[in-house]
Structure formats: C-alpha cells, structure tokens
Design a protein. Sequence first.
Length: 440
Amino acid sequence: QVDFTRKPPFSRVFPEVFCVLREMEVDRHEDYATNVAVVSDDTNLRVFSTGVEGSLRQSTQLCSQQPPQQPQRSVELLRDARFPLNAVCGAVDGPLNVWCTGGMGPAIRVGLSSFTVGTHTPMRVDEEDEEDEEDQGEADITTTLVSTGPREVLQLPVTHIVLALACATEGTAQKGKKKGALLKVHVFAGTLSGVITRYTLAIQKDRKLGTFNCTLAHSAVCGTHLSNVRALSVRGSAAQGNLVVASGSDDGLVKVWEGLTGNNKHICEGHQNDVLAVSLDLYDKGIILSGGKDCVMRVWKAGIAPVASDCLAALFNDSVVRGIGTIKGTSFGRDIVVGCGDGRLRRWRQEDDTAKLWRLCSVVRVHSTSITSLAVVTTRRATTTTTTTTTTTTTQHKDLSTSDNNSNSNNNDGEETEEELIYTTSTDHTVKVTPATQLL
C-alpha cells in the first residue's frame, strides 16, 4: 500500500501560479464528462466528448479565429442512457472524419462526418467520363462529403466494457481509380478484461453515389495486461510499418506494442497504483510518458525489447494524473502538460538534454472538480500585417504654415502562425479549451 500523505523524496513543493485564464467552455454534458478527442483540418476543429449519461457530443470551431470564439454549433451525435460512454477517438483524412466511441454498451460505435457545411449536390458520373475521373483527384470530394454529416455507420461487437480507445489511419479515401480509393482505420480498444483489441476498418468511396462504405476488415488481439486497460496512445504510421501503441493498466505497468503485429516492444514498471494516462508524443526521441493514481508522472527512456525501460524522472503532481500532453517548450524539448484530479493543469519544462531534470513552470486551475481527460491540438491561421506610412508636407505662404499628413495603409499577408489549444473534460460536466500560452 502507498502512503499518499507522505510526499516522495524526489518531490518539492511549488507555489501555485495564479493567473486569469482565458479558458472557454466548449460544451456541457448532463453528467460527468469522461473523455475528449479533437480532430482538425485547415479551417475547422471538431471536438468530440463523451459523458456518463451515455451521450456523444460534437462541437465545431473555426481554426482561423483568434482568440478561439464560442463554438459554431454543438450537437448530440448519439445517446443511449442505458450505457455510459467512457472513451472516444477520432481520425481525419482531408475533409472526411471518422469517430469511434465505446463504454459499457455491447459495441463500439463508429461514425463518419464531414468538415464541409452546406447542401448536397450529388456527383454525376457518366460512362464516357469515367476515364477522366482518375485525374480529377480532390476536385469532387468537397461536393461529395457535404451530404454525409455526422452519422453512425458501423457497430463493432465487444464482450467487455471499453475503457480506452485510440485510432490511426492508413491510406486515403480521397484519390484513386474508378472504384474509389481505400482508407484503413486501425482502432485500438482497451477493455476491462485487460485485453487490447485492434479493429481494422475499410472505408471506400462509391464514386457514382458519392457515399462512403465502412466495413470491418480484420480484428485481432494486440496485447494483454493483468488488469483493466485504462489508457491508450498511438504513434507512427501503419503504411511505413512503425505504428506503435502504448497502454496503461491497473496492474501498474506501461507497455508499448507494435500496432500491426502485437509484439511487445517496451515495458515500463514503477508506478505504485493504477496507470490512468499515457503519451507517445515524445516517442520520436525515445521517451514515454505516463501517470496515474500514485500522483506521479514518469518519464521513461524506451529500452530495447524485452528489457524494461528506465525511469528518467518521477514528477510529483500533488493529485491524481488523468491526462498528459505536450506543447512547445525550450531548445531542450517540448513541455509536458498534466491534467490532474484537483482540476488543475500543470506545466513541466525540460531543463537539460538528458530529460532527467524538469521544472514546474505553472499550476493553474481550469475546472472546479477533477479533470477526466486531456487533448492537445495545434491550429494554424494566416496572419495579416498592416503597414502604415505617413508623409508630411509643409508649405509656407507668408506667415502661414500648414502641414498635410497623408497616411497610406498596406495590408500584407503574413506567415501562418500556430497556436496550441488544450481541451479538457471534467466531472463538473464541462468541456473546456485553454490556450497553451496561458500556462506561463
């Protein structure tokens, strides 16, 4: 048993950084909000969130708005009061978006939606024009996707309660030959039984009808734990063969698996309680992040399989760690954002190139009660720079002096700027977004 009243020797007490946050309520559930997933294209952000009341909600925002404004709309995609929803994930392929959600129900529910808003204009394909269809590329995709909207297209039967979901795409459904290109979506589900299952979905476009067909192509066991799997994170590409999946479980272990074969790559052992959050955002640098009920976020150095990974740092957060993400940091690497059970976000900054020394930059309160999940998304927008030139002309007529000021303003298109947004869900029923710049 772990004595949570005694702080471990590696922790230090930091004063809380109080500041006025520019967080915004994105959506609200009737009961606890359990999970959030964010997908984006060049113009829109779609925020999917689940709740204990059994509903999946979607809110839409414009990426070009700065600062983020109130969502354009918030809709309920599905509801089943009998089965609370615990997890949601999303993937994007151009304007086409795939979302999956699961919980205590008998199935994982899969849906398709489009970023384009408008009325549907069906695509007409004549036999004589079929040869030219290959060269059209993405020209017809906008018109085709308008009619899809958010809709459920498939249900994947499960035998145990789904606690975590993650997904990755392979290929594209936008370009291809006459019969339509194939988009594969690999969905990973962590369940109450400790089993991680991979479902491979095949999405193909019907070029004549302008619709998409989604089918289950394959399913297999990707990995196992001795207890409940509560957290999943994916990284890499299935097309390039480097797709990996990290899982956190109530057995206190963090494991990394090869996404397509299920081979165990890394084992991280050191947590003293349930692991509730994992992240592979820094996996390109050989770093794995995890946190859980022991209030410690651990930074792991990925070892050579099957050797256990080394713990580089153990960062005490004064509360249960429920979500982990990364944002822009220093030249040493990206900063880590931790969502905790006390409703606060904590930002940790890397202080050396070995990832062993970290400094707590800020602690800010976002929710009134516990944070349940966290997602970080990067948005891009084009900035416009206005240049004003003033010309002064002086003329003298005897003893009278006059000055004429002419101002010319030129609008120049600037470069694209990036902003990182942190989305969180909480037991206070809300979904909120906080710009990363607010975590000083």
